[in-house]
Write a protein that binds this ligand. Structure first.
Ligand code: SF4
Length: 283
């Protein structure tokens, strides 16, 4: 008999849940088609579910196709300050579903760049959350992907982190900056939802024969869960939903204990489907 164990903390985080619920609520209130600036979350199944509920993603480049009074939702990653100004100028109804934890980073970055600190962001500079944060200090931040710097760092620095970063990268960043700066103000802004997920996948992956990480292929927090799991469990796979489960994996008799975790954009219904198939096989 197989044992399928769900990580203690998996799936929708507070910020994503809030953004999805807010969008559904707003759509219902206005009773018309509404838009999200970019896909609301990194999960194709949820994006399709939203479409069925008259909620569509639109890119900033296409914003001119909207009319005055159209509703646009800002997703949990947040956006640069200038984007909010632009949307307001177009007289759109802007619903801000930026996760409050991300808003907190944006405020810090604005406050300390105004006070003369040079902002450093640990994170992926092409990720919308980092682009958004950088937009609150006039796009002047230095970004580091892993705590290493190949340019000269100014002496007075305020450092923050993308919410989905690994603690080890944060420690490396602080350690390197402490040699390079004279005045260092550090806010560890890694979200505890991320940390809790990462800790529970670390524990679980040490004790199972196989690990399944569920989440969008372009979701950064899911990718990090996958990397952590893979370090401790060779048979780790990353799937978007139950359709991606390989047949030989489902039927592998050596897998007696299977661990499951899911990124912050994965809804419960997808987790449940994967668990059912791994428990009972394909019907
Ligand atoms: S991971 Fe944390 S910061 Fe990011 S949306 Fe979720 S709750 Fe907010």
């Amino acid at each position: 008999m197989r044992n399928v164990i769900l990580a203690e903390s998996a799936g929708f985080c507070f910020g994503v849940k809030r953004a999805v619920e807010k969008s559904l609520e707003i759509q219902e209130t206005y009773g018309k088609k509404i838009y999200t600036l970019g896909p609301l979350i990194h999960n194709n199944d949820v994006v399709n579910y939203l479409k069925e509920n008259n909620i569509f993603s639109i890119e900033l480049d296409d914003i001119d196709s909207l009319n005055e009074g159209d509703i646009i939702v800002i997703r949990s990653h947040g956006v640069p300050e200038e984007t909010i100004e632009l949307l307001n100028k177009k007289n759109l109804i802007v619903i801000d579903a930026t996760c409050p934890f991300v808003t907190n980073i944006q405020k810090k970055v604005r406050k300390y760049s105004d006070k003369g600190y040079n902002i450093v962001i640990l994170g992926d500079k092409s990720h919308p959350e980092v682009i958004g944060i950088n937009g609150w200090c006039n796009n002047s931040a230095i970004t580091t992907l892993n705590g290493e710097f190949d340019i000269e760092v100014p002496k007075k620095v305020c450092v923050v982190s993308q919410t989905t970063e690994k603690e080890s990268n944060w420690k490396k960043t602080i350690s390197n900056l402490s040699f390079m700066t004279k005045e260092l103000l550090a806010f560890n802004t890694i979200c505890s939802a991320t940390e809790v997920r990462q800790k529970s996948v670390l524990e679980l992956s040490k004790n199972v024969d196989a690990m399944i990480v569920i989440g969008g292929k372009n979701s950064s927090n899911t990718t990090k869960l996958y990397q952590i799991a893979k370090e401790h469990c060779e048979n780790t796979i990353h799937v978007e939903n139950s359709n991606d489960l390989p047949k030989n994996y489902i039927e592998n008799a050596n897998f007696k204990n299977i661990g499951i975790t899911a990124g912050a954009s994965t809804p419960d219904w997808i987790i449940e489907e994967v668990m059912a198939i791994m428990k009972n096989g394909l019907k």
